[in-house]
Ligand binder design. Sequence first.
Ligand code: ATR
Length: 291
Amino acid sequence: MHTIDGRTRVCGLMGDPVEHTLSPLIHNTLARDLGHNFVYVPLQVERGQVEEAVRGAWALHLQGMNVTVPHKSAVIPWLKEMDELAEKIGAVNTLVPCRDGYKGYNTDMTGIKRAMESEGIRLCGETVILLGAGGAARAVAFLCAFSGAERVYLLNRTLERAQETASEVNRAFGRDCIMPLPLSGYEKIPDGKYLAVQGTSVGLHPHTEETVIADDAFYEKIHTGYDLIYKPYDTKFMRLVRAHGGRACNGMKMLVYQAIHAYELWNGVEIETAEAEKIIRILKEEMGING
Ligand code: ATR
């Protein structure tokens, strides 16, 4: 790491818990590689302390903050400005200094967009099957609507949650592109090949042999399966997609690009693909993944 001195700019991650985050590794590697006098640290903030944390960060001249679970929505009332998309989503993961406080952005969404683009995946005009209606899947639902996806079948175990997310997104974009369904709803989706995004927490380490839908008939409908999970690096969902002739991606690039976009906003730089790839290699090493 570079030397910390009187001019070092500080950013941090506020959330609870924060111990397992990979973000410090990503940001501090970027700072070292790019020669920036910048450091990124985890900052545990408990529920009910968000206002104090944001005011404190501003008073301490922090260059910016990332925000994670459970504060992504709770932080919004304490911001001075909101990026238009973050406002639509109602969730913020990045704070950037503005005139007299912080402006909120959602780089989870822009990160997914960049990660998908880097894999040659386009959403415009696509029909997408999206599994899940939690925080991660919501960002994808907004991204699909924002990017001009033709239709999104939003499948969730709790149908009411799928319905809520669908009506929120449809209202935000003024068109009925999200269709909520229960998990079994894939049977009703017309035959064809679709992009499917796995946005539930099923299959996450250590439950690596689980997948939210196990039926072969579901996997027959997928040309590309994008799992938002990156640990394990190869999920059961991804293996089933490949077994049925589809292409499969994990969530590692998404993790890296959400961090990269935040880093760019804080430091006024543009990070090249080669650097993003280097970060992915470092994360894979950290996670003990070969190849
Ligand atoms: P995140 O912010 O990571 O998306 P979350 O908000 O807790 O986490 O959402 C988890 C998602 O995984 C939800 O879509 C959840 O479905 P419910 O809305 O029905 O809870 C889904 N999920 C979690 N465990 C599941 C399981 N065993 N079977 C099916 N879906 C599951």
